[in-house]
Design a protein around this ligand. Structure first.
Ligand SMILES: Cc1ncc(COP(=O)(O)O)c(C=O)c1O
Length: 469
C-alpha cells in the first residue's frame, strides 16, 4: 500500500496578490503560478529519472493547453501529449517541435492523421484496426498524404501537401484494470472505447498486423484513469504492458522500444484527497515494469504522461461574491447560498463528476451591500457556493467560509489549474474568463485575455429571408 502525502502543496494567493490581480483583470479569473508549475514538472522529471534512468515525461495538454503553459512545459523538457488536431496545433503554435508531440485519440479523423503526418509528429498512439489500415495507406503511398486521405475516405482535406514519412507508432492497449475513480475518467478496464484489449487477443493481432504491414511500430501505451489517489491501477497497468511486451518478443519477435504508462496521478482537491508522493509513485511504476521485464532483454524508454498532477495545484480561480441568500430546506433546516460571478461555464467538473473543491475567502469586501450573514458567535459556517448559471447545480456544496461572508468578498477556489479552462464553455452565453500568470519575479500578465462579445457572436449566421419583413 502506498503512503499518502499529508502535505498541502496547493498554490494560494495572498490577499494582496488577489486584490492586485482583480484590480487589473476583474473576476472570474483563472490564475496560474509559474514557479509552482515549473517546480512540479522538475520534481516529476527528477522522480521519474531517479526511478528509471531512461524516462521521459510528456505533459497531457488536455489538462491545460493555454499556449504559454505549453511553452513552459516544453521549456522544462516535457514532450506534449495531444489528443486532437486542435491540441497539436496549440502545441505547434506554442513553439513545441512536432517531433516532441505524441498524437492520441480513439477516433482520429483522416484529415487529422494527414495533418499529423505532414507536421511530422514524433509518435502516433494507434487506437484501432481501422486506424492501422489508414496509417498504412498514408505510409505506403507516393501521393501527398492529404490526397490519399481524400480518396480513401472521400474527405475533402484541401490542397495536396508534400508527402512525409510515417511517424513512429505505439499501440494503445486496454490492460483490463479497473481503477478506483469516477467512472467517467476510468479508462483501463476491458469495457472501454479506448485501444486494443489485451484479454481478447486484439492487442496481439494489432502488433502482428503492424509488423505484417511493415509499419514503424515502436511501443505500447496505456492510460488506466485519472485522479487516482490509490496508484495500484497504474502499477497493474504498467505491469500488464511490460508482461505483454515480453510475450510479444517471445511470440512475435517484436521489440518494445517505448513503454508508455500514461498519466493519472491524483491531486489534492480537498484535504481528504491525499495523493501518493511523486517519488514513490514513479518508483512503483518503474519497479513493476523492471520486474516484469526481467530476463527479457527488453530495455524500453519509459514514458509517463501526467496532466493534472503537473498543473492542477498551481492554479486558482478568483470569484467575487454577489448574492448571499438563506433559504429553508426540505428537512426544516436552512441552507445559505453564496453566489459567485462564474460557475458551470468556467468549471464544469462539479456538474460532470461531482468533483469537490476547496474554497477560501481571500479578501473581504471593503464596502458591503446586500444581505450579511449573521455571525451568531460562530467564526465560520457551512454554505453552498453556487454559480450564476440557469442550473440547479450545487457548484461547491458544504464549504466552510467565514460566517460574515458577504457581497463583494473575493473567494479563491484552489486546484483549478487542470481541466477547468480547457473544459470551459459559453453556456448561458457567458464569456470565458481570462487567465493570468504569476511570474517568477512576482509580476503578473495575462496568458489568455477575456473573450470579447464580438468573438461570442462571430460564428453566428442568420440566413437571409429567415425573418419576415
Ligand atoms: C491518454 C491519456 N494520457 C494522459 C492523460 C492525463 O491524465 P491525468 O491528467 O490524470 O494525469 C489522459 C487523461 O485523460 C489520457 O487520456
Amino acid at each position: 500500500m502506498a503512503t499518502v502525502s499529508q502535505q498541502d502543496t496547493r498554490f494560494r494567493l495572498s490577499e494582496e496578490q488577489a486584490l492586485e490581480l482583480v484590480e487589473a483583470y476583474g473576476t472570474p479569473l483563472y490564475v496560474v503560478d509559474e514557479v509552482g508549475f515549473r517546480c512540479r514538472i522538475g520534481a516529476y522529471m527528477a522522480a521519474a529519472t531517479a526511478a528509471y534512468a531512461d524516462s521521459r515525461v510528456t505533459f497531457a495538454s488536455k489538462a491545460n493547453s493555454s499556449l504559454a503553459l505549453l511553452a513552459i512545459a516544453a521549456d522544462e523538457g516535457c514532450y506534449i501529449d495531444v489528443a486532437s488536431e486542435g491540441e497539436l496545433r496549440a502545441a505547434l503554435l506554442a513553439g513545441v517541435p512536432a517531433s516532441n508531440c505524441i498524437l492520441h485519440g480513439n477516433n482520429k479523423q483522416a484529415a487529422e492523421l494527414a495533418f499529423a503526418f505532414e507536421a511530422g509528429v514524433g509518435e502516433i498512439v494507434v487506437d484501432n484496426f481501422g486506424e492501422i489500415e489508414l496509417i498504412s495507406e498514408l505510409a505506403r503511398t507516393d501521393e501527398p498524404a492529404s490526397k490519399i486521405v481524400g480518396e480513401v475516405l472521400g474527405v475533402d482535406v484541401g490542397a495536396p501537401r508534400t508527402k512525409l514519412h510515417c511517424p513512429k507508432l505505439a499501440l494503445r492497449l486496454a490492460p483490463g484494470v479497473d481503477p478506483v475513480t469516477h467512472a467517467k475518467i476510468s479508462t483501463g478496464q476491458a469495457d472501454t472505447k479506448f485501444g486494443f484489449n489485451i484479454s481478447d487477443g486484439a492487442a496481439e493481432k494489432a502488433v502482428a498486423r503492424c509488423m505484417e504491414l511493415g509499419l514503424p511500430l515502436v511501443g505500447i501505451h496505456c492510460h488506466v484513469g485519472s485522479q487516482l489517489l490509490d496508484p495500484q491501477a497504474q502499477r497493474d497497468g504498467a505491469e500488464a504492458l511490460a508482461e505483454f511486451a515480453v510475450r510479444m518478443k517471445r511470440e512475435l519477435g517484436f521489440t518494445t522500444k517505448v513503454l508508455n504508462a500514461g498519466g493519472g496521478l491524483g491531486v489534492r482537491y480537498t484535504d481528504g484527497d491525499q495523493p501518493t508522493p511523486v517519488e514513490e509513485y514513479c518508483k512503483m511504476i518503474a519497479q513493476s515494469v523492471v520486474s516484469a521485464l526481467q530476463g527479457s532483454g527488453l530495455k524500453p524508454t519509459l514514458i509517463q504522461e501526467p496532466g493534472r498532477s503537473l498543473i492542477a495545484e498551481s492554479g486558482v480561480t478568483l470569484y467575487t461574491v454577489g448574492v448571499v441568500k438563506t433559504v429553508p430546506t426540505a428537512v426544516g433546516a436552512t441552507r445559505t447560498y453564496v453566489c459567485v460571478d462564474g460557475g458551470l461555464s468556467d468549471n464544469p467538473r462539479p456538474a460532470l463528476y461531482g468533483s469537490r473543491y476547496t474554497v477560501e475567502r481571500v479578501a473581504r469586501s471593503a464596502d458591503p451591500d446586500g444581505e450579511v450573514v449573521e455571525l451568531n458567535g460562530d467564526r465560520t459556517r457551512t454554505v453552498t457556493v453556487s454559480g450564476r448559471h440557469c442550473e440547479t447545480d450545487l457548484l461547491f456544496p458544504d464549504i466552510e467560509l467565514p460566517a460574515d461572508v458577504r457581497a463583494g468578498d473575493l473567494l479563491q477556489v484552489l486546484c483549478t489549474g487542470a481541466y477547468n479552462s480547457t473544459m470551459a464553455s459559453n453556456y448561458n452565453r457567458f464569456r470565458r474568463p481570462p487567465c493570468a500568470l504569476l511570474r517568477k519575479d512576482g509580476s503578473h500578465c495575462l496568458i489568455q485575455r477575456p473573450e470579447t462579445w464580438d468573438e461570442m457572436f462571430e460564428r453566428e449566421i442568420i440566413p437571409a429571408g429567415l425573418v419576415r419583413g
